[in-house]
Design a protein around this ligand. Structure first.
Ligand code: HEM
Length: 476
């Protein structure tokens, strides 16, 4: 009875599909939830609600609605839901899943400052990314043009950029402990939105069932935590207070500065949560974008050829790309933007919640309501995109071939909680993609064409595929 009472929508609440008793609409989200939710918005409107096992959730769809909520009412939609899974994983602390609070402000500020100070704001940093690009090229070269799965190498190269900021060090491509940690973490990103995770949020007592994928999630999380604790200790050795070498040092400075304040949110536990969140948020997303980009280059040789031509004309005599070259490469920019739009790396964003009572389009949403932002529905919004189901970099170019920004483009989301790594991700994507395409021609092994159906999870990634990276002889 309690369950049925919980399921009833309060007055003024957005309407939505009828729930099945007890489990609500959870099962409808089993296959391609972003597509299902967009279809539902065509029936119930851009803002509607679903029932996740008694957890009434508002779903925002389309550019206009998402902009209204995340941008015009930024603070109102800036919270994260207090779901049992997040409570168990990070106690609603850390950074990414932190409640909208003083703790979040402190952690976000420290991370943004550190990313600027040890990363994009440092002149040498671009050179460090270029060095990592060359490590990646050398590792790919070892396959001598034969088929290989690029996932492992790209993941390692991309995460090393975040590792430089967080630990001041990169991990070599044969560091199995680091790779194992990333694999477990990445599996958790997939499991976090699985049916079992949604069931756990609705019925936390299933924690005591000896089976179910949520058990794997907890097991992985514990192992990842132990690893991060170990490396954080290791990399903070030799620290000189107030002379931070990286994010971990900067965090420890803050922790010590606030040691006497009982309301301070800085703690060893929150340090580990934040380190983990920064590593996975930076790695999973940027890696997936590059893996999709490589796949689409092999799938559309005509697009790849145009990329090659642009790179060759700007980078004379095979010199390394720099960020300054970006503005001279509108086609490369268009391709990367189209990959982000079409592939929807984080299709449903990261779950939000209302920090106070909200009014949207005449509906009333109480404080603390869970909110899903369907970013896929923005990138496939027919009001803003013609033929959204077609992969076409051309849509980001004007008649003269200049790059044009498009409004309904939100891969990094919007508002208070928008991605804090956007600038870094853009640097990485441009330098890695351009360096790879400058040196290699990408093609599938003869007779094979991989599926473009994504592997589902909190992020969308390509299913494992093999590709041949054949050395090019650059025309200058
Ligand atoms: C949040 C996308 C790269 C760190 C987010 C969100 C999205 C996103 C959609 C959710 C924002 C919301 O709640 O509405 C992406 C994409 C990337 C990328 C598509 C690459 C192509 C990065 C990088 C880092 C990073 C490189 C840092 C190393 C974060 C963090 C948050 C976040 C910490 C949580 C922010 C908060 O809760 O205040 N990202 N991201 N991301 N991202 Fe990224």
């Amino acid at each position: 009875v309690r369950q049925l009472v919980k399921q009833r929508r309060p007055p003024g609440f957005p309407p939505g599909p009828s729930p099945i008793p007890i489990i609500g609409n959870i099962m409808s989200l089993a296959t391609e939830p972003h597509v299902f939710l967009k279809k539902q918005s065509e029936v119930h409107g851009q803002i509607f609600s679903i029932d996740l096992g008694g957890i009434l959730t508002v779903v925002l769809n389309g550019y206009d609605c998402i902009r209204e909520c995340l941008y015009n009412q930024s603070e109102v939609f800036a919270d994260r839901p207090s779901l049992p899974l997040f409570k168990k994983m990070t106690k609603m602390g850390g950074l990414l899943n932190c409640k909208y609070s003083k703790g979040w402000i402190e952690h976000r500020k420290l991370a943004c400052n550190s990313f600027r100070y040890f990363g994009s704001g440092q002149r040498l940093f671009e050179r460090k990314i270029s060095e990592e690009c060359m490590f990646l090229v050398d590792a790919i070269d070892q396959h001598k043009g034969k088929a290989f799965n690029p996932k492992h190498l790209v993941t390692n190269a991309v995460s090393n950029i975040t590792n430089l900021i967080i630990f001041g060090q990169r991990f070599t491509y044969d560091d199995h402990n680091f790779q194992h940690m990333i694999e477990l973490f990445s599996e958790n990103v997939e499991l976090a939105v699985s049916g079992w995770a949604l069931l756990y949020n609705a019925f936390p007592w299933i924690e005591y069932l000896p089976f179910g994928k949520h058990q794997k999630l907890f097991f992985n999380a514990a192992e990842v935590y132990d690893f991060l604790l170990r490396v954080t200790k290791e990399f903070s050795q030799g620290r000189v207070p107030h002379m931070p070498r990286h994010y971990v040092d900067a965090y420890l400075d803050e922790l010590e500065r606030n040691a006497g304040d009982p309301n301070s949110s800085f703690s060893y536990e929150n340090l580990i949560y934040s380190v983990g969140e920064l590593i996975i948020a930076g790695t999973e997303t940027t890696t997936n974008t590059l893996r999709w980009a490589m796949l689409y280059m092999a799938l559309y040789p005509n697009i790849q050829e145009r990329v090659h031509r642009e790179i060759d004309s700007v980078l004379a005599n095979g010199r390394m790309p720099t960020l300054e070259d970006k503005q001279k490469m509108p086609y490369v920019e268009a391709v990367l933007h189209e990959v982000l739009r079409f592939c929807n790396i984080v299709p449903l964003g990261i779950f939000r919640a209302t920090s106070q009572d909200a009014n949207v389009n005449g509906y009333t949403i109480p404080k603390g309501t869970m909110v899903i932002t369907n970013l896929y529905s923005v990138h496939f919004d027919e009001k803003y995109w013609s033929d959204p189901g077609v992969f076409s970099p051309q849509r980001f170019l004007d008649a003269n071939g200049n790059f044009v920004r498009r409004e309904a483009f939100l891969p990094f989301s919007l508002g208070r909680r928008q991605c804090l790594g956007e600038q870094l991700a853009r640097m990485e994507m441009f330098l890695f993609f351009t360096t790879l395409l400058q040196r290699f021609h990408l093609q599938f092994p003869v007779g094979t064409i991989p599926t473009i159906a994504p592997k589902l999870g909190m992020t969308l990634q390509p299913k494992p595929y093999s590709i041949c990276a054949v050395r090019r002889h650059q025309k200058s």
